[in-house]
Ligand binder design. Sequence first.
Ligand SMILES: [Zn+2]
Length: 587
Amino acid sequence: MTNNTLPTWDLSEYYKGIDDKNIDKDIKKYQKLAQEFNEKYKGRVKNLTIDEFKTALKELETLSNIGHKLAGFSHLNYVTNMLDEKASSLNQKIEEQLTIAGMNLVFWSLEYNKLSDTKQKELIKKLKDYAPYLKRMCKYKKYELSEEVEQTLLAKDITSGSAWVRFYEENMARLEYEVDGKKYNDAEISKLCTSKDEQTRLKAGYETNKVTKENAHWISYCYNMIMKDKAIEDEKRGFKLPMSSRNLAEEVSDETVECLANTVRDNYKNIAWKFYQIKAKLLGKEKIDYWDRNAPLNIDDDKEYKWDESVDMVLSAYKEFSPKLYNIAKDFFENNWIDVAPKKGKRSGAFCSSPLVKEHPFIMLNFVGKRHDVLTLAHELGHGCHHQLRRNNGDLNETCRLTSEEIASVFGEMLVFQSMLKKATTKEEKISLLTTKINDMLNTAFRQIAFHFFEKRAHDERKKGELSSQRLSEIWVEEMKASLGDYVKVGDNADYIWAQVGHFFFLPFYVYAYSFADCVVNSLYWVKMENKVENFEDKYLELLSKTAIGDYKDIFKPFGLNPNDKEFWQGGLNLIGYYIKELEALI
Ligand SMILES: [Zn+2]
């Protein structure tokens, strides 16, 4: 198939096109309903009967549906037509109109959280269909401040916390890097950092560190401000630890996160260090440079996969695991739900988007036939199936928790990786597959935890005063050395890379979520490999249907897993250890 004949998605089930008159009609409808909702309920939430409350929730569902349909369509249309001004202005217009109209709804959760505990419990008990949504709103009750303070914080955020993030992002994007007389931007230089050619790779890495260090004075100033801003608000709201507010949003306890982080740290030596020792051997070096960690191997193949062949590979791996999952997955290829080929004006990367809870999602790829593209298809298809299993959860109940959002996708990738490994005929192919996989697993499960310890220490020290950029670098190098071990040289080749980790700035304490999700999948996969749980497949699909509405402790119970237990995380890490043993045996 040529690029022109590869499948594209069909958005006409939302709107016929960007000139569809129904778009404006729906915007007006949304504005009208939001205003009516405000007039009808503002100041009255405490007096609503159960039935009236239920009616209000139904109205909110209608609003959410119209809003998501508009935003979903304009966004999906925009990402494949980014050079089209009409597409981008429609996207911008809808975003702005929905935000303005949405102001009418802000009172709702604030008034709901002024209700007594007894009243809230009664609502949750009597309106079972909405219980997850109602419970989720309650969890912020303890930390909410008076309406006046909340409004002030919201207004001041534009000139405090958010302002520093914007300053950081805009100025980082302006940085220029130079290698061999040629200038590169951010995205270009990071691509060079994983070049097959050692000299190019190291030059790009050192240049990244050098430029970052030259800018460290303002970057560390931004970071200090962001940490302090967060600390002021956390203290007012009564959060115990700097990470507590993030954990509340992810609906995991501080103890669970600490258990994960400590378990990963306890495995630095026997897993991460060991792998980098092997990697050094594979690259023919005594010790590897910090910038060699993700270096491709000379034996990595450049084999091309056709689209149809890739679809077959992915679907047959899914089918082998579970015919039920296969049945859900195949719909994506029988309908126009995937936009496959890269084209001019299309966003890079890949994603799966589910604008409407009750409807099927859409998948965007930039498929060029590399092994990585086949695994990306498996990944995004996992997200797609995950959504299909959640369609009956209700518009208000469904939410996005990163800690579980990546379960089905990483699991799907794992299924296809396993089948690739099984089919690999040469030793080189197996070594290449395993090395790439372990590299990815370490970057997600281990590296993100090393990041977590860095930010934990930085925020703790910030309580005593500002940290200099040198001090931040010291902590960074210590955490990197601890996680990477003796076979990786970390020093002035990479001591300012903390300043390149955007999540430290725009989403403090978010990094562990990646490790969390990866370890959960690995744990589940480990349980599957050990064949200890009966009907694993069915239980797994059941788990996927509940990730957004269930308590983690309950949803993992059928697998004999408990996230507060070290064993839960250790099981996941054992899978990485197992792959390392397989790799060792091959070398
Ligand atoms: Zn994903």
